[in-house]
Design a protein around this ligand. Structure first.
Ligand SMILES: [Zn+2]
Length: 434
């Protein structure tokens, strides 16, 4: 309203001047912000060309625009006056101009990006253009993740699509030259690139066994790794990508058995079982454990296997005896209920010193066998499954003697990435209690 009133005043004074018969030029009308911006951009000789409309006001939030031969200038009290043209303008138009999610422009077009790209910022994000990829919107959590990866200069490069929503669980994705960013309300925005992306695609993306990514890829010691809702993908240059699904199938080498996850089936019997010097282990674990034992002994460590495979029934009577001795609460901290024991998988083995020093006690960690295992077990595909300080995650007290076979790839990856528990590795919730 103020602007209209000002126009009337100027008009009125011009009429009065004419009526007064004065010959001097009327005083210049105060230029609007749009006119000032137009002049700044070179007027009719600039990029916009000549005006094709009057200034039109009444837009959302008190905004105005004026059209020109090759675009427009758009003004709002909150954002000032900015030009809008070309492919970026077309994309802005397709998102409903200032009434869409982008809102008003907050800059003009800024060029000189890598490979001759340009962008324009808006209240709700940006539109990014390059000759190879066209003009694409960039908004929200996906934009934040792209920014963190270095925008068009990072591994993703320029966006090649707009954000596409309607995925399972309300998810969205946006493709880039180097991969994609996937967002869901439950998992946030995660980057998906390279060999790990290809392996994830082969599982069916977010609709497959792994679900959405819950971390970006992280690389360390030649291994790259990305966590998903139900598993993990590891990649090395030599071995390519390997998918480790968190499946509650007892036969999986990476099966997670804890107080929240009973074996499936509960009376699972692994096979075939191999004698490793008294205790039995599943053949793949047995083969690696025999190497571990031989190497430890060759190094002068008098290590002995103490307990390996235990059947459902054996575990049932073992647990019952602990309950009789200590009561259920104390028993649950040191012994698994039947169907919840790693020993039933045939992939877990308790070790000791030949002289019995610190047998099944925390001080085992300081004995020759305990120290050697902590240092070297990963080389054979074993992890110390119940590490110190992880009781709130694993549900068990520190057991430096309990080794779990997960295979050399996973064991080495957990080590290089500092993942101390299988729960962390598989992005599973902590299992402090039944
Ligand atoms: Zn054990």
């Amino acid at each position: 309203m103020r602007r209209v009133f000002a126009h009337l005043l100027v008009l009125l004074s011009a009429v009065l001047l004419v009526a007064g018969g004065l010959t001097t030029a009327p005083p210049a009308q105060a230029a609007t912000a749009i006119e000032t911006k137009y002049a700044e951009l070179g007027g009719s000789g600039g990029n916009l060309g000549a005006p094709t409309s009057a200034e039109v006001c009444g837009l959302r939030g008190g905004g105005c625009y004026r059209n020109y031969q090759r675009g427009a200038i758009v003004w709002s009290p909150a954002t000032g006056a900015h030009p809008s043209w070309g492919a970026i303008r077309e994309t802005w138009r397709s998102y409903g101009f200032e009434t869409g999610g982008l809102g008003y422009p907050t800059t003009g077009e800024i060029c000189g990006l890598r490979n001759a790209g340009c962008y324009q910022s808006f209240q709700g994000g940006a539109i990014v253009w390059s000759p190879a990829t066209g003009a694409r919107i960039s908004v929200g959590g996906i934009r934040t993740a792209w920014a963190a990866s270095g925008f068009e200069n990072g591994a993703l490069g320029y966006p090649t699509t707009n954000e596409v929503c309607g995925l399972r669980g309300g998810g969205c994705y946006q493709n880039y030259q180097g991969g994609a960013i996937i967002w869901s309300p439950a998992t946030g925005a995660r980057i998906s690139i390279g060999g790990i992306r290809a392996a994830w695609a082969a599982t069916g993306y977010e609709n497959g066994a792994l679900g959405y990514p819950v971390s970006n890829e992280s690389c360390s010691g030649g291994t790259c790794s990305q966590a998903y809702q139900r598993g993990r993908i590891s990649w090395t240059a030599a071995g390519g990508a390997r998918v480790f699904r968190d499946i509650d199938v007892a036969a999986s080498v990476v099966v997670v058995v804890n107080k929240r996850r009973q074996l499936n089936p509960a009376r699972h019997v692994p096979g075939p079982l191999v004698d490793v010097g008294g205790p039995l282990l599943r053949s793949d674990a047995a083969q690696q454990f025999s190497r571990l034992l031989a190497d430890a002994r060759a190094g002068g460590i008098a290590m002995v296997p103490v307990s390996g495979y235990r059947s459902y029934d054996t575990q049932a009577s073992l647990y019952a005896s602990y309950v009789d001795l200590y009561g259920q609460t104390a028993a649950d901290l040191i012994s698994a209920r039947p169907g919840f024991s790693e020993h039933q998988t045939g992939l877990a083995i308790d070790i000791g010193n030949a002289n019995g020093a610190c047998g099944l006690q925390e001080c085992f960690a300081g004995t020759p066998a305990g120290a050697w295992a902590a240092q070297n077990a990963w080389r054979y595909g074993f992890i110390v499954r119940y590490p110190q300080g992880q009781t709130p995650v694993t549900g068990y007290a520190y057991e430096p003697w309990h080794l779990r076979y997960v295979g050399p790839t996973v064991a080495s990856e957990m080590r290089t990435h500092g993942l101390r528990t299988l729960e962390q590795y598989m992005s599973l919730p902590a299992a402090p209690s039944y």
